[in-house]
Write a protein that binds this ligand. Sequence first.
Ligand SMILES: NC(=O)c1ccc[n+]([C@@H]2O[C@H](COP(=O)([O-])OP(=O)(O)OC[C@H]3O[C@@H](n4cnc5c(N)ncnc54)[C@H](O)[C@@H]3O)[C@@H](O)[C@H]2O)c1
Length: 703
Amino acid sequence: MAESIRILMCPPDHYDVDYVINPWMEGNIHKSSSARAVEQWQKLHHILKDLAVVDLVNPQKGWPDMVFTANAGLVLGDNVVLSRFFHEERQGEEPYFKKWFEDNGFTVYELDEDLPFEGAGDALLDREGRWLWAGYGFRSELDSHPYLAKWLDIEVLSLRLIDERFYHLDTCFCPLTEGYLLYYPGAFDSYSNHLIERRVPAEKRIAIEEADAVNFACNAVNVERTVVMNKASDRLKHKLESVGFEIIETPLTEFLKAGGAAKCLTLRITEPVLEYVHANSPVETRTIHMEGHLLDAGIMNKALDLVVENGGSFKVLNFNLGIERQSTSVADVRISAPSYQVLEEISRQLIELGAVTPPQEVCDVETETVTKAGVAPDDFYVSTIYPTEVRVNGQWVRVRQQRMDAAIVVSETDTGITASCKILRDLAVDDRVVVGIEGIRTVRKTESRETQQRSSQEFSFMGAGVSSERRVELVVEQIAWELRQIRDRGGKVVVTAGPVVIHTGGAQHLSSLIRDGYVQGLLGGNAIAVHDIEQALMGTSLGVDMQKGVPVRGGHRHHLKVINTIRRCGSIARAVERGILSKGVMYECVNNNVPFCLAGSIRDDGPLPDTEMDLIKAQAEYARLLEGTDMILMLSTMLHSIGVGNMTPAGVKMVCVDINPAVVTKLSDRGSIESVGIVTDVGLFLSLLVNQLEKLTSPYQIA
Ligand SMILES: NC(=O)c1ccc[n+]([C@@H]2O[C@H](COP(=O)([O-])OP(=O)(O)OC[C@H]3O[C@@H](n4cnc5c(N)ncnc54)[C@H](O)[C@@H]3O)[C@@H](O)[C@H]2O)c1
């Protein structure tokens, strides 16, 4: 027996499953046998007494979980950080444990009442004493970790738990003698797994399978080379034995019903302090400020969910709720993350939601200079679709050419400071690129309850798979109205269309939209033009007779013949000039001076002479034609619509029509309230739209 090792236990006199505070307790209320629990506890007590000195704390009636002494607090040397239980059901244990520690000469540190920390259940010392592993995610708060580091003067490594079955660190993680580690990787997020792998060499890591994990194999008591646990598979036993550990199994099934086993039933109260180990916690915090319809537009929920989903934690420092329906709310939130990198990632996402640094802490953007053309500095800020401002020399500057997935370049000249989005390949040597996250803010339009409800109604039918015809009609009415308004005020509408528009009989309708001045630009690929011209010249689309709807003999060659014809002319415009092409979508574009760009792709036949096969040039031309657009109609082309979506800033209305709900969702889901998705046949959509526009211009309608 190692006399220098002391363990604290609590007899199970009042143990029972009285409530449900973890998934193991579900369905087990009052289902444990107290006689069996006593017998199992005594066996464990007996085994441990042979290995160490066991002290006892008096059990208390009404506090059934006191038996799990691991949660009394965390001991290091003569100091103990007392637990602050997350659940009310266990908070009554705190004074009894506090008294025991004080009576036994420990210095007791206590966290604020609203900062949960569940003792050695969530904080495990490396058995060599080099650092402390601390868990968070379910019971203990990440914000408690810097206190552990400070009070116990030790380095704390924060690990995030993500599987609610393993709600405490000691249910899935067990540091062993000589730097070995028994753990279940599935219980941790990827950042934590990387941290574990960086600290513990592969030959010392014993990763267990789920079957062992659910038998609480990690909830083991390790004294020197002995490991005491509820149960282990032969495989695990063999693994542990092969590196020199002896396993003692002792059934603790009655305690498993409450979500605990050997380790939970014990607290090691002799933990040696190493001279050379000192406080260090990589937990980073920063405060963010948010304003707007934080509650009714769901921004607050989104922001807080985002923090937690990315492995961070938060504390709302103040929240001023807007009282009137129109008034906005203001909040300051402190965000904590287990490392600087995680905090940066969270902050970047919060900036997209419109969060800013509180006014008193705001500073200028940081920039780094491009040293190789077309290559940004490592930590460059990746732009979004939202209007963005950067702070340069104490002044907020609006970013120009806003688009997503670009870098922001700042330049200062005699005429002033400018900032603009530049895609990577356009970056030139000496460009000053914004890096990090300081001094950047996005200007989000405050989305009120009304706007949210309207957009969710619009989206709800696109998600339903098949939209009712009446609902499509309603949205078409709205779009027709807006198209009319844009045309009448001299605005700009760009259409991006795929060949399906032609196959579904939409060519005549799209042609009439162009003819009537509703379209100011057309973007697509080789195919839309090929099939449109095929229909105009030969009456077929992909070899199918558009009148009769049946394939024409030899029709599969038609599209190649028309490509050849246009190639002979030199361009689509020449074919129009020569009277060869006299109807259809492309004819109307040429005839009405509507610019178009056909971007090439690997599956293109021909291609047509107008098709731009240099994709960099095609992207630049797309961007040029999209400048100043008010509305984009995306008609059944995933490829070109995604390309267009990436170049378009928030604020431009996008109407996406596709038969496949997944495509519509993908295209419309930019978090932009201006997007509308319509799941329907594109031919039908275009015919309804043209119909509606005719109604709007008919004299009866005006009267
Ligand atoms: N002959 C050719 O040169 C040729 C032929 C075909 C495609 N292409 C090229 O391949 C690339 C990709 O083509 P794409 O844009 O057609 O393909 P895509 O897969 O990007 O998009 C087609 C979209 O149309 C949707 N759709 C299908 N039927 C529909 C209907 N009845 N109503 C509404 N939506 C419907 C689909 O769900 C899909 O999202 C383009 O660049 C195109 O020019 C070339």
